[in-house]
Design a protein around this ligand. Structure first.
Ligand SMILES: [Mg+2]
Length: 218
């Protein structure tokens, strides 16, 4: 089992833990202690050491912050329990943390794209204030029934369950998909992960750091 990544109730995920630090936050230990791995897994991990950074793709609403229904104002920004700790833990394990979020509130005319960006930037700053580093944010403002035709698209490649945001992040940040995975709260998140060829895990509430700890085995 690569690095002990665990899948909740559906067997082993088969994703290797990172073996080197990401570009975002150095792993103070230099490399991860690899426990519980057999020789085959160790060989595989050595083989992936130069092929890019491991990443965790995180849905925003319902995973990192409470889903209050199209959150976009400062007063809507409420982290879920353990969210900052989970991102910090992932940073320390060498993962690049990438937010991938559908934001059809823009298409529905509830708020503008600039406001969406400002809200995401605020989230990143608030996380950083707690030593939790978000490496990148990808947000999809498109929807099939958009009021504003600029955001109307019958099936935009970025809108989850399509994998566009994940695939773009992989290309733009030199991410190694073989050592990456996604955490989301909706079936569309997991389907986007599947279409991108990475494992997806469903977070159904509770403490996100406990969830991540359980997933990674430490
Ligand atoms: Mg969600």
């Amino acid at each position: 089992m690569p690095g002990g990544l665990r899948s909740r109730g559906r067997g082993r995920a088969g994703v290797a833990l990172p073996t080197k630090s990401s570009a975002v936050t150095p792993n103070p230990a230099g490399s991860l202690p690899v426990t519980g791995c057999n020789d085959r897994v160790r060989r595989r991990m050595r083989g992936t050491m130069t092929s890019g950074v491991p990443a965790v793709f995180l849905d925003r609403d319902g995973v990192l912050i409470e889903d209050t229904g199209y959150p976009h104002l400062e007063e809507h920004l409420r982290f879920t329990p353990g969210a900052c700790e989970a991102v910090r833990r992932l940073n320390q394990l060498g993962y690049l943390c990438v937010v991938v979020t559908n934001q059809s509130g823009v298409a529905r005319g509830l708020f503008g794209e600039e406001q969406m960006r400002a809200f995401n930037a605020l989230l990143v700053r608030r996380m950083a204030a707690k030593q939790a580093v978000i490496g990148a944010v990808y947000a999809c403002p498109f929807h099939a029934e958009a009021l504003d035709e600029r955001y109307r698209h019958p099936d935009h490649p970025d809108r989850k369950p399509n994998p566009g945001m994940i695939l773009r992040a992989i290309a733009e940040h030199r991410i190694d998909p073989a050592r990456s995975f996604l955490i989301g709260d909706q079936p569309s998140d997991l389907e986007a992960a599947r279409r991108a060829g990475i494992p997806g895990f469903r977070f159904e509430g509770g403490n996100l750091d406990d969830f991540v700890k359980d997933l990674l085995g430490h």
